[in-house]
Design a protein around this ligand. Structure first.
Ligand code: ADP
Ligand code: ASP
Ligand code: MG
Length: 423
């Protein structure tokens, strides 16, 4: 008998029929003799629809109310799933994040889990029932207010519960068969990866592969939770994210794990910055002071005649207004000429632990993009990742060109996307 945590994403519980299908899977796992804890996301695109609704009643929804609103999505799916499981003759009880003991800090909208005290879940398992937990939410103990964990946060709820309960495995059920060498919605010839280390999965998630939330991977690595990403629409084995080597694994790692893409960033260019010490520091102090995290930075060579330079950086597009407002306020003391804002960019990242020890990876990436006629606007690298910024409308072509150039295309079947709207 094992303790299994299963998480079902929004597309797996999009309507009543899907909830009944998931209920069957859960009941089967329970009847096979396992203790089962299920984490659910909101049905389909409910979270996006609730955000749309909020912005229809006010341009700037208060964050506390926003979190209360969004946690409602997961409460609907958790109770419906518990009812559907009951209907199959298996006892099931649903719990909000707060009831399940998911304790967070106070940051509405992107709260961090600081503790998990799942006594009600262990009691429920001891009674022989299935425990269903609303994903993506917790409680701030100092105010008793509910918080949300950031988009895709149900993945993190699942891994945090798996760690706290010392589960044997955490299964993340979604609308594709696992983690692929690229998003199957863009690259139908993408290949499913059987195994992936935490570091590579972290870079993929940080670079936009939303199949797993970044925080969930950080959590899984810290607590050594093996994560099995698989489809709720098929019975295929998915991708195991773990640092445990499999039996008979090749010693040499493949150079490249995959290609990730991200459409959610924007680029700010600070034009005409005096090229003297301290100006870059001031610019990024001001941006940090507005609570914005930046990603890539490029500083141009200054023009000798004017002694002025341009500095560009990327940031989440949702933080664009905060950063540009703060910079504009400080324009007189920093002394730059103007600001340009561009949210029609895309970011492509090539990820692979093997690239550390392999020369020529960047050259091959740039050649693939140039052969496809795609211009590179910015570049950044880490030990196991190379990222480039392109125009947003050439991003899909860029991903396909790079995927092919690194010989990642599958030779057999096309990747299946079973559901979801890709929103
Ligand atoms: P869920 O609602 O189940 O949480 P998500 O939409 O958050 O599902 O994540 C699954 C989606 O992630 C897939 O439908 C796919 O489009 C996208 N995705 C992006 N990159 C990858 C990748 N490398 N492998 C698999 N899926 C990916
Ligand atoms: N429902 C939340 C979202 O859409 C959390 C999740 O799906 O993981 O972001
Ligand atoms: Mg998700």
């Amino acid at each position: 008998m094992a303790l299994i945590v299963q998480k079902y994403g929004g597309s797996s519980v999009a309507d009543a029929a899907s909830i009944k299908r998931v209920a069957k899977r859960v009941a089967e796992a329970k009847r096979a003799g396992n203790d089962v804890v299920v984490v659910v996301s909101a049905m389909g695109d409910t979270t996006d629809e609730l955000i749309d609704l909020a912005t229809q009643v006010t341009p700037l929804p208060p964050q506390r109310e926003m979190d209360i609103l969004l946690t409602a999505g997961e409460r609907i799916s958790m109770s419906l799933l518990a009812m559907a499981i009951h209907n199959l003759g298996v006892d099931a009880k649903s719990f909000t994040g707060q009831q399940a003991g998911v304790i967070t800090d106070e940051t509405y909208g992107k709260a961090r889990i600081i503790d998990v005290t799942p006594s009600r879940i262990t009691d429920t398992l001891a009674e022989g029932s299935v425990a269903i937990v609303a994903g993506f939410q917790g409680v701030n103990p100092s105010t008793n207010d509910v918080t949300t964990l950031g988009r895709g946060g149900s993945d993190t709820t699942a891994v945090a519960l798996a760690a706290a309960l010392k589960a044997d495995v955490c299964e993340i059920y979604t609308d594709v068969d696992g983690v692929f060498t690229a998003d199957p919605r863009i690259v139908p010839s993408a290949r499913k990866l059987d195994r992936l280390g935490y570091d590579e999965m972290l870079e993929m998630a940080a670079s936009g592969a939303k199949v797993l939330m970044l925080r969930c991977v950080e959590y899984a690595r810290r607590y050594g939770v093996p994560v099995h990403v698989r489809s709720s629409f098929s019975t295929h084995t998915g991708t195991l994210v773990t640092d445990q080597p499999s039996e008979g694994e090749e010693v040499e790692q493949p150079i490249i794990a995959g290609v990730a893409h991200d459409r959610s960033e924007a680029k700010v260019t600070v034009v005409g910055v005096p090229d003297v010490p301290g100006k870059a520091a001031r610019i990024f102090e001001v941006v940090a002071g507005s609570g914005v995290n930046i990603d890539m930075i490029v500083q141009n060579v200054s023009v000798a005649a004017t002694g002025l330079t341009d500095i560009s950086f990327t940031l989440p597009a949702t933080d664009g207004a905060a950063a540009t407002t703060a910079l504009t306020e400080h324009q007189p003391d920093i002394g730059f000429r103007s600001l340009q804002y561009d949210d029609t960019i895309g970011k492509l990242s090539l990820v692979g632990a093997g690239m550390k020890s392999h020369p020529g990876v960047s050259a091959r990436l740039f050649a693939a993009l140039s052969d496809a006629g795609i211009n590179i606007e910015m570049i950044s690298t880490s030990e196991i990742r190379i990222s480039v910024v392109t125009r947003a409308d050439s991003l899909d072509d860029a991903v396909r060109a790079v995927h092919t150039a690194f010989e990642l295309d599958a030779t057999e079947d096309e990747a299946v996307v079973y559901g979801g709207t890709g929103r």
